[in-house]
Unconditional design. Sequence first.
Length: 277
Amino acid sequence: MQHRTLFVFDIETVPDTDAVPNLTGFTDPDTKARRAELERYHLDITDGKNAFPRQPFHRVVAISFLEADIEYGGGGESYYLKELRSGGEAGFDEKQLLQGFFQYFEHLKPRLVSFNGRTFDLPVLKYRAMAHGIAAPWLYGAGDKWNSYQSRYSMDWHCDLLDVLRDYGASAPVKLAEVCAAMGFPGKFGVDGSQVADMIDAGDVRAVRDYCETDVLNTYLVYLRTMQHRGTLDHDAYNRAAADVITMIEQQGGDRPHLRAFMDAWGEASENTFLLE
């Protein structure tokens, strides 16, 4: 199957405090107290090494994505940017976000692109969908034994850049911000994932969605460079796709300040060299 759509995605989450009483018996209704209890639980089960909640215990608060058309020709591919946005509306609850994501996913039947999406984002989305009784048959039924969304090595179906760049475990794992720093892309600026829970507590869902969108842009730029390195994109196709990002920011930056900030950070990181020579 040749996918016609590229779907680069990222999620933002906060700890699922509703699950704490069932998990540990801790019934204090205070949100921060429950978060502390969830951290204590995870520290206990990891011998004090990791307080980060396991995938079922995350509540999804934003799903952002970039959509691009894929065109095939000359033994390679070209990508044409369509849109960058966050799913649903800022006031949507988790169930609405998940319903929208899986419905749109089934409609597009795209090639997925993520950074650590196979380990974190997709498992979280699956667990949370199951918690809400949301079906996603296409995720499991499409493709064949060797080529499907479930196949770890099928880049045409789901390209998890963390997995691909570290040769599926042969080298050390890296962070998206580290890859961006090496390649002259913006990476993290202004906000990082550790601030998301506080932003949600303050009611600033819009800022979380904006932050998530900049992570998606970083992921897309790393994907473009990866595919250029692999020979899937030639020099001109890479520059055309990168120029599409610049054009989108120029056209929409007036109404979307986080895109202007992304462009400024990109210029600083790359010394204003946005395209390949």
